[in-house]
Ligand binder design. Sequence first.
Ligand code: CP
Ligand code: NVA
Length: 315
Amino acid sequence: MDIKALKGRSLLTWLDFQEDEIRALLDLAKQIKEESKRGEVKQRLLGKTIALLFEKNSTRTRCAFETAIAEEGGHGVYLSMADIHLGKKETIEDSARVFGRMFSAIEFRGFKQSTAELLAEYSGIPVFNGLTDDYHPTQALADIQTLEENFADCKGRKICFIGDGRNNVARSLMVISAKLGVHFTVISPPGLSPDKFLTDKCKTLAEISGSKIEITSDLNAVKSADAIYTDVWVSMGEETKKEERRELLKPYQVNEALMHKTGRKDTIFLHCLPAVRGEEVSAEVIDGAQSRVWDEAENRKHTIKAIMLASIGSL
Ligand code: CP
Ligand code: NVA
């Protein structure tokens, strides 16, 4: 497929994308990373402006967007909720209409997926989901890029997500895996598995792409995994659940004993970050030889650049 067909597209969830479209973005991200390692400077966002809306905190996503935009000659305008009226003094629809008159695209990180959808509907410009309560699609693309850097083609590989399977990161990984033919296993305590509606949808998609989606509470399901993935036990906005989650998830820490259960020495460890050492992951694992979390964090920038270039850049 021609990457130019992605011109003007929003990325709200990978559910809206076909396998070959995601493949084209991964290929572009790989090319962008190689260009960057060669020190090549391009200006493919020259004259483009992107509103960077943040309701929640961010290190990687904000830095990835801001540096990617600057490197490509565009301009990003960071707008936290302390700066603008969005959804407070002004409706989301009205703010969206104004952004649409001034910017080339919007990045949105926040609580509700419906806010990202409203921004896309009323601005008329592409919206890139930088994390909502429901999804974290730009993270999932970087995760697959990292998987492929270690195992070539992701098709037929197995990712095991361990922990809060309801969360945005697990849900986006499940969708992108189902689309790309990656086997995806969620290992979580009962009550923290992904919702049935999305799981059923992904199982149907996985049948088409040739992969398997498995939901279990059995830690032995990590056997022969290519990648072990975890995320914080308490996502942003759920701080009141801290004690409850610690109790539920204590047996699900990714540590050396769990990595050993894969039966492989080349299984990689992934984490979207930020991480809490001693909770969802032990220091030995995240700082150990199998960890690829820093490559994964770097890949946020290359993949986010690919998404922006495909949608609003000159390619
Ligand atoms: N992984 C990720 O999205 O990190 P930030 O919250 O720092 O953006
Ligand atoms: N699930 C985490 C991801 C952070 C990047 C959160 O939403 O806080």
